[in-house]
Ligand binder design. Structure first.
Ligand code: PLP
Length: 420
């Protein structure tokens, strides 16, 4: 099979595809694996009950059923959902939005693909622009989303220690360089894989840099604010025309509905909808229609703050306690300050094996995590050991299984030190 440059680029062995294959194969192997690798949300009864109820109401109403499955939505997404979200965000935060500021996509992953390639890549006359990731490590799902090669440029973080076994990454503003070749700045907040939440001050400084260069600041709020609010520290919801805020219904508990939400200037939304029309014709209505009553009433915010956030916060606290008890003080270990999302980011300084080898040893004993080295897209190869010393562990699933997995990690790390 002969393929174009595009075909070759997107069929080459991408980090995310090999990772998803590995997770999928482990799941399909039938072995009783402890799955702490993926980003699947937990099952929250209160959310599921509400969605079941709404689906029942739609199913009982022929007009609503027709909208759910029988008509194409416009390329920018389901109108009633967008109208309800516009009202909600204006009411709560005074953002002054119109429906022209919101587009829906088939999952936010699709939005990132379109946005990165709208603002990064070939600009003609030999000018190539990159997407700046000011705080590595960053979401692996960005890594292969560029049509142009080497689309991302990432910046190594500052590390500060926030407890005996706890650290936090901060943006190293001395190293963040926005140039005429920067097409956009992008951060996930909270960050996948670390659970970091960049502060309001960091966000303001990044926005100032974006404004000074007339480029957008893309804020990936897949886990963030205003919903689904997997946030255990204060973080202000923020939007203005400099910002492209990407939200998602996935981590609220609807990943299969594939609903991403982009809030941006009218010009950007129009461009994005045009690309969406070419790629998808229309956006799926399912997630939007299911969530619309929650948005209209504002319940999406109260559910996020009062149900979803406490659910994950309790899981995070149980996971940290389990790991602390299992590790003790025998060897050096740190966990990134868990400020949000559904991951613990574990750091084992000077561990005699790489994180990839540790991942393989854990897989062999039935515990699936993700090696941290995948999460540095755009960071040039250098001798920074740290990138091979971390693991990402998902704690969204059953607490007992998560605790058992964390105990296995502790045992394996201690065994590696004993062998050394
Ligand atoms: N952004 C981050 C940081 C994520 O972790 C994910 C998925 O795990 C996404 C975006 C994409 O989510 P979705 O396409 O389901 O909206």
């Amino acid at each position: 099979m002969k393929l174009s440059a595009f075909g070759r680029k997107f069929t080459a062995d991408a980090g995310i595809t090999s990772l998803m294959d590995d997770l999928g194969n482990a799941l399909a192997s039938g072995d009783d694996m402890i799955m702490m690798g993926g980003g699947n949300p937990g099952q929250i009864p209160a959310v599921q009950d509400r969605l079941t109820e709404i689906l029942g109401e739609i199913a009982a109403d022929p007009e609503a059923m027709k909208r759910l499955v029988g008509v194409y939505d416009p390329p920018k997404g389901e109108k009633q959902f967008i109208a309800a979200l516009t009202d909600l965000l204006n009411r709560e935060y005074g953002w002054g939005l119109t429906p022209e500021n919101i587009a829906l996509t088939n999952g936010s992953q699709a939005a990132f693909f379109m946005l990165f390639n709208m603002f990064g890549g070939d600009f003609g006359d030999g000018l190539r622009k990159h997407i700046l990731l000011p705080l590595a490590p960053e979401y692996i799902g960005y890594a292969d989303a560029g049509i142009a090669p080497e689309l991302f440029r990432a910046v190594q973080p500052d590390i500060s220690f926030t407890g005996a076994h706890e650290f936090k990454y901060r943006v190293d503003f001395d190293a963040v360089e926005v140039t005429g070749e920067t097409g956009a700045i992008c951060v996930s907040r909270p960050t996948n894989p670390t659970g970091n939440v960049i502060t309001d001050e960091e966000l303001t400084r990044l926005e100032e840099m974006a404004r000074a260069h007339d480029i957008p600041l893309i804020v990936d709020g897949a886990y963030g604010t205003p919903f689904p609010s997997l946030l255990y520290v204060e973080a202000k919801p923020h939007w203005n025309e400099q910002v492209i805020l990407c939200l998602s219904l996935s981590k609220l508990g609807m990943p299969a509905a594939r609903t991403g939400i982009v809030i941006a200037s009218g010009e950007i939304v129009k461009a994005l909808s045009g690309i969406n029309a070419i790629m998808n014709l229309a956006t799926g209505s399912f997630g939007a229609m299911l969530a619309e009553p929650l948005v209209r009433s504002g319940e999406i915010l109260s559910l996020s703050r009062e149900v979803v956030c406490p659910f994950y916060k309790a899981k995070m606290e149980r996971a940290v306690t389990a790991f602390r008890e299992a590790m003790g003080d025998d060897c050096r270990w740190y966990v990134h300050k868990p400020e949000g999302a559904m991951f613990l980011w574990l750091w084992f300084p000077d561990l005699p094996v790489t994180s990839l080898e540790l991942y393989q040893r854990l897989k062999a004993r039935g515990v699936l995590v993700v090696s941290g080295h995948y999460f540095f897209p755009g960071l040039p190869e250098n001798d920074w050991r740290h990138r091979h010393e971390c693991l990402r562990v998902t704690y969204s699933q059953d607490d007992e299984r998560v605790a058992a997995g964390l105990r296995a990690i502790a045992e394996e790390v201690k065994a590696i030190w004993r062998e050394a």
